[in-house]
Design a protein around this ligand. Structure first.
Ligand SMILES: CC(C)(COP(=O)(O)OP(=O)(O)OC[C@H]1O[C@@H](n2cnc3c(N)ncnc32)[C@H](O)[C@@H]1OP(=O)(O)O)[C@@H](O)C(=O)NCCC(=O)NCCS
Length: 170
């Protein structure tokens, strides 16, 4: 499989925005562009987060990378180099998404597999990955990458009223 994880570029804007709209229709986030932020500012902020520059309170040093297959932007990954309290409880080290038109081709599994290599390069030994309890696709992806279920956290209002699964990948 010719899937490469790579940083966001200025010429990704149209595809990035298209992917963002598709995932939003699914109730999920593709990217994290802010209201009122230009794409160039967003690319710069993404780079800053990757290098630990100007990290705002509540965020952590992290790599946002696109999954590129022969020039098609098929998905993305968000790799947190360290965890804060919220991430240690719920968000985990790695979050990923695949655009609807590219699902069921093994891309999420490959994105997670490559993301594990990257997060380990930041010294993370045990990797926390979580998903909603009802997200059978994501649970299958995590388990295919060696995830061991720690527990299912019952639904609570503070987590959006959804139960979620906590997995560790050693
Ligand atoms: C969940 C998601 C990432 C899966 O992406 P994907 O590229 O389709 O996943 P893969 O092709 O690697 O799937 C691997 C296996 O997972 C299982 N799987 C994936 N999606 C599934 C689904 N919707 N229902 C049931 N099983 C599913 C299958 O066993 C699949 O293997 P198969 O296609 O050979 O049967 C994708 O549907 C998505 O982006 N969803 C919205 C965002 C999201 O939920 N992200 C994860 C947050 S934790």
């Amino acid at each position: 499989m010719n899937l490469r994880l790579r940083p966001l570029r200025l010429d990704d804007e149209a595809e990035y925005r298209a992917a963002h709209a598709e995932l939003a229709a699914d109730g999920f986030m593709f990217g994290f562009i802010r209201h009122g932020e230009t794409f160039a500012e967003h690319v710069r902020r993404t780079q800053d987060l990757r290098y630990g520059r100007n990290v705002p309170a509540g965020l952590v040093e992290s790599s946002f990378l696109l999954a590129d297959v022969d020039g098609d932007l098929v998905g993305r990954t968000s790799i947190r180099h360290v965890l804060n309290d919220d991430l240690a409880r719920h968000g985990g080290h790695i979050g990923y998404a695949v655009r609807p038109a590219f699902r069921r081709r093994g891309y999420a599994s490959e994105i997670l597999r490559q993301s594990l290599v990257i997060v380990r390069s930041y010294g993370v030994e045990r990797v926390l990955v979580t998903c909603n309890d009802t997200n059978v696709g994501s649970a299958a992806v995590i388990e295919a990458c060696g995830g061991a279920l720690e527990r299912v956290v019952p639904a609570a209002a503070s987590d959006g009223g959804v139960a979620f699964r906590r997995y560790w990948i050693a």
